[in-house]
Ligand binder design. Structure first.
Ligand code: ADP
Ligand code: MG
Length: 232
């Protein structure tokens, strides 16, 4: 199958985002982007180019001030805050630079609570979390607390957590930003593996070398898409 034949998971159409101020900051201007199922994309650009703003909009954490976002063919423009929150919990996985694990919870609990609000029973959640932790190489660390793990291991936990709901898309903001170069490579290998297993993933990074190792690279400049390696 060519890329075009894969279903569209996410589509941004003429998305703009302005932050109030005097003058307002036009952080994104007329962004058009299509993400197909199974893609692994890098989103790059200099500091201040709008990467985090765009990822927040793609993750329905923030609303565009103009244009629209569609996920799984659904236009989110008229979704209530509660509907957006449900969609985030069920269709979107997040991986952050700072891991954002809950300090007092075990590795297994950190991952299994991902489906807490989706009415899935505890034993199924535990089973799923256990499978995912084995998949990211932490089968022997389930009962540990986050502070007992290395940075790379903590990021693996966060990756397992992001996959709990079988999300349509996984969004990662500088996932290797807090890791040394060797650990970064391990995490990127894992991201590649997950993509080969079928996950659709968008990685924000300012690391040009890392970006070039991914199948698609979208470059932002001053809030607009400056280039998209897929269409060149
Ligand atoms: P990047 O992640 O590429 O560094 P950002 O998306 O964080 O870029 O920021 C894009 C632009 O929007 C920058 O000029 C930044 O200063 C501005 N910006 C980001 N967040 C806010 C905010 N909450 N309020 C006002 N301006 C913001
Ligand atoms: Mg940023």
């Amino acid at each position: 199958m060519t890329q075009e034949e894969h279903p569209v998971v996410m589509e941004l159409t003429e998305v703009g985002k302005s932050y109030p101020g005097n003058p307002p900051v036009e952080a994104l201007r007329g962004i058009n982007l299509v993400v197909h199922r199974g893609e692994l994309l890098a989103l790059v650009g200099t500091s201040g180019s709008g990467k985090s703003t765009m990822l927040n909009i793609m993750g329905a954490l923030d609303r565009p001030t103009s244009g629209k976002l569609c996920v799984d063919g659904q236009d989110l423009s008229n979704f209530s805050d509660r509907e957006l929150s449900t969609l985030r919990g069920s269709r979107i996985g997040f991986i952050f630079q700072q891991f954002h694990l809950i300090a007092g919870l075990s590795v297994l609990e950190n991952v299994s609570t991902g489906l807490l609000y989706q009415g899935i029973n505890r034993s199924l959640r535990m089973e799923k979390a256990t499978q995912l932790l084995s998949r990211v190489g932490l089968g022997d660390r389930m009962t540990h607390l986050p502070h007992e793990l290395s940075g790379g291991q903590q990021q693996r936990v966060a990756i397992a957590r992001a996959l709990m709901g079988d999300p349509a898309i996984v969004l990662a903001d500088e996932p290797t930003g807090n890791l040394d170069s060797e650990t970064s490579e391990e995490i990127m290998d894992l991201i590649h593996q997950l993509n080969e297993g079928g996950s659709t993933i968008v990685v924000v990074t300012h690391d040009g070398e890392l970006a070039r190792s991914l199948p698609g690279v979208v470059t932002l400049l001053d809030g607009v898409v400056k280039s998209d390696s897929r269409t060149q």
